[in-house]
Design a binder for this molecule. Structure first.
Ligand SMILES: [Zn+2]
Length: 481
């Protein structure tokens, strides 16, 4: 039975840790003296489902939270995730119920805070609001750092300021965490740092000479590595506070690498198959949707080619929010009542995704649901690019991949693309294209995050650890399993 200090570092990638280990003395020490392994993330490998899996030990098809964040559309007022699905079921709740004292700082999504056996402090992620604490007096006695998710969407000219501010927030969160850690001999201390992910989303291409949009030698060349070094120094401070009965656990929700630079237009494939319908125009033979889509795509491709992506967002910001959303996702171009299938939102910008089937329409038309699923799989599986290479790693019925009470939160058919391909809702412009937003968001989530353990007498999860095993590892350290 031990105590545990848990550092949750969003998007801490195992391969990058290995690459830079010579400049990361504290991470490197844990690799040598402790346990270190790539940690397989959830499907999709996205922060929302993955953190909830870390908190609860449940797979997304059990906890039912499979929403994805869209980094191109995180703006104030976005939809908050209902904490009701995991509140009371997290490792800190369970530890608290068993009489363990807990201190929890900044866990993604766990906002508003709730009563725990100790302290819980957090800020909002997708909604505006103040940082909160349980008990409330923490807010009165301590200056809180900025908590929750940062919602910056920096332009190229703001990248320097964004990096500085992000590093500053990270240092303040760490200092605040250390302050709380020193207050009491907590059984469970958990600090979540979410900033690295954002740095990589926006700066990846400046650090990766292999990226097609790498600008050449530039002042941000080392920005991601520098951020790893900042986190390394923070890890060192927490490692200094270990004792024989206090272990250190570092986990991340997913990895991070180059965001897909190529796009597969799945809705267009469905449209060509007659499964997806677009609104009919008044003039026979002329489709206004096709005209708008082609114009939009040509415009985005031109702006990408001319390196003017920042302007796309400036121009888009004058379009009313709802119209902008519908234009961006091409949702205005799909007549759902008449369509049998369309690309699901699940998976966000990752290579994981799915196709939703309109079951009501299947019923009304007497279309066989299972036969339609099989047809979709037969359409997806053999897709190749112009070089004749397969694009789809797998395409299956959701029940063939997942089990559990919330399996229907997933789209009817799920698939994973090759890592350099992402899905896109573009219509009327071929089946394949390039990502026209890569200059804006060039880093993306990948499947393998990190798990690290320091301290003797702890049994790590097996050889190929999965994120759903983190909960059990914590319980074992605490002697609660
Ligand atoms: Zn994340």
């Amino acid at each position: 039975m031990s105590k545990v200090v848990i550092l949750g570092i969003d998007a801490l990638d195992a391969a990058l840790l290995k690459r830079w280990r010579n400049d990361l003395p504290h991470f490197s020490r844990i690799m040598d003296e402790g346990y270190f392994a790539p940690l397989e993330s959830t499907m999709p490998p996205d922060s929302i489902p993955a953190w909830v899996t870390i908190y609860t030990g449940m797979q997304p098809w059990e906890h039912g939270v499979v929403d994805s964040m869209d980094y191109l559309d995180i703006r104030k007022g976005a939809q908050a995730v209902d904490t009701g699905t995991f509140k009371g079921k997290t490792f800190w709740d369970k530890a608290g119920e068993a009489g363990k004292r807990v201190c929890v700082v900044n866990p993604l999504l766990a906002y508003p805070v709730w009563p725990v056996n100790g302290i819980m402090v957090n800020g909002p992620v997708f909604v505006t609001g103040e940082a909160q604490a349980f008990p409330e007096e923490i807010v009165r006695s301590t200056k809180l750092p900025e908590l929750g998710g940062m919602v910056d969407f920096p332009d190229r000219k703001d990248l320097g300021a964004f990096l500085e501010r992000t590093a500053q927030v990270t240092r303040e969160q760490a200092r605040f965490g250390l302050d709380l850690l020193d207050r009491e001999d907590w059984d469970v201390f958990f600090l979540c740092l979410l900033t690295l992910d954002r740095v990589m989303h926006f700066l990846w291409r400046y650090t990766d000479p292999e990226d097609p949009t790498y600008p050449g030698k530039n002042p941000f060349e080392n920005s991601v590595k520098d951020f790893f070094m900042l986190l390394d120094s923070i890890v060192g401070k927490f490692a200094d506070r270990l004792s024989p009965d206090r272990k250190l656990l570092i986990v991340s929700d997913h990895g991070h690498s180059r965001r897909p630079t190529r796009a597969l237009y799945i809705n267009e494939m469905l449209r060509r198959e007659g499964l997806l319908k677009t609104p009919q125009g008044k003039v026979p033979g002329i489709s206004p949707v096709a005209i708008v889509e082609k114009t939009k795509t040509a415009f985005l491709r031109m702006m990408h080619r001319l390196d003017l992506e920042d302007w796309v967002y400036k121009i888009a910001s004058v379009i009313p929010k709802e119209k902008r959303k519908s234009l961006k996702s091409s949702s205005y171009a799909v007549t759902r009542e008449e369509s049998l299938a369309w690309l699901s939102e699940t998976g966000g910008g990752t290579s994981f995704g799915g196709v939703e089937i309109n079951r009501a329409l299947c019923l009304a038309r007497g279309t066989d649901y299972e036969a339609l699923r099989e047809r979709l799989i037969e359409l997806l599986a053999p897709l190749t690019n112009n070089q004749g290479e397969r694009i789809v790693e797998f395409a299956r019925k959701r029940e063939d991949v997942f089990t559990g009470q919330n399996v229907d939160k997933y789209p009817d058919v799920v698939f994973e693309l090759r890592q350099d391909y992402g899905v896109d809702r573009t219509l009327f412009s071929g089946l394949l294209g390039k990502s026209s937003t890569h200059r804006k968001v060039s880093g993306g989530h990948s499947k393998f995050g990190t798990i690290m353990l320091l301290g003797s007498g702890v049994t790590p999860p097996g050889e190929k650890p999965h994120i759903s095993q983190v909960y059990g590892t914590i319980m074992r350290i605490l002697g609660l399993e």
